[in-house]
Design a protein around this ligand. Sequence first.
Ligand code: BG6
Length: 512
Amino acid sequence: MMEEEKAMDFTVACTGLAKGAPPDPCVVVIFGVAGDLASRTLIPALYALGCQGLLPEPFAIVGLARREWDDQAFRQNMLEHVKQQGGFRADAWERFAEGLYYVQGDLTAPVSEGYRTLQEKLGKVRTERHLPGNILFHFATPPALYGEIAQKLAAASLLAGDDGWRRIIIEKPFGHDEASSRALDHQLLEVVEETRLYRVDHYLGKETVQNMLAFRFANPNFEPIWNRHYIDHVQITAAEPEGIGMRAEYYEGTGVVRDMLQNHLLQLLCMMAMEAPLSYDARSLRHETVKVLQAIRPLDVRRECVLGQYGAGAVAGRRVPAYRDEKGVSETSVTPTFAAIKVQLSNWRWSGVPFYLRTGKRLPCKLTEISIHFKPTPHLMFPIEAPERLQHNVLTFRLQPDEGILQTFLAKQPGPDICLRPVTMNFCYERTFGIEEPPSAYEWLLLDAMQGDQTLFPRSDWIYEAWSIVDPLIAQWEAQPFADLPNYAAGTWGPAAADALLQGDGRAWQVV
Ligand code: BG6
């Protein structure tokens, strides 16, 4: 009885979100606050932190955009967005909204204009809410403005102060190739040190990504088999059923390699492949992820990379247009919307183990997962149908939907004969922790930035390495794109060549 009670206590303590402490009082300044990122993601994420008691007290948000809003209009507009996220709580909103302020301004204006108004507003807000000089500047603006804004903030003496910390958050893309990302850093690092610069890759804030680290480095049983002796290959898939929506202007100049592969997918690869960091801190973790990228062999663009663009088709039973027919896209566009590549690492742990990465728009469903395919048993004493297919144990980290970790293995089906069948053990967030959907990645990343923790933010050298891996692929495509575009129908798993990439190695993409 006693034992049973103890077990129950443990279960109760493990459900819901773990508690955390709020950061020190601060002001978050959001540039481009009327845009999609700020209103649909950042403000709702900050509000959600407020609901969990994770915002500091006192706290304020100062939004800046060109729109002719005042504080009230700003609050009203943000309320609409927050309500759309579901789980709205009027009392929590009231408290949160009191700390929302607005400045109308043009970030490209001379320092003496826009930035002076911001300075005055910050002074007023800080006095009104008794806030110290801790300020987090979030650039939710077109990336082309990052350098200029940072330089102007510095000229307006807003990036330094004896009365608190000043930090900057910027969003990807960080340049469009290695050279431009270095040039951007050059501009930024003239006025702010690397230790105060937070580059967002929202995949690093996803619960399952952080759980991969816990899984690998808090549990001793997988480490001995986490290498070329036991692992046959790894697949990383980030599939989206959506097209490009209203983002044609951005996407036309970006394409899937810059949008997803250079950042999110390579980060997932690093989490899977890195050596154990000395400790869970920014220095150790980022050091190890950079080493993974440095171990990647140059891509064989012709033989190991497949790019594609979607044509018309049907996704989830709904007809959708071809990429070239999307609003704002050129009818001769060669922008890729799908990529599949084979990556090989030259180090002791992974030599000879291929990592297959694929991502695309207008694929059949939303699915982001990393699956680790183990080598077959050296000698199987049981009779088994299709041994080459069934004998691979697979461990899957599923980021979305249905976050969790799944392990497949062979088990005996009840009956008189030995009949082996693949079965799955499934750790699922919802069932285990009673959380239907883990908090958004942005909540954790914003909180970390307020706390001064850079562990989940890529460092500049990681960004340069990541560009150096994909730059040859982009250059080759831009010089000589496939002539047969579109080469996959919306609602399918990409061009046939993506399947051939694995078939050539005697493998196949994991069936969803
Ligand atoms: C963004 C890309 O970084 O990630 C988008 O710019 C993409 O094109 C999105 O849709 C995918 O994020 P998630 O969290 O939905 O997988």
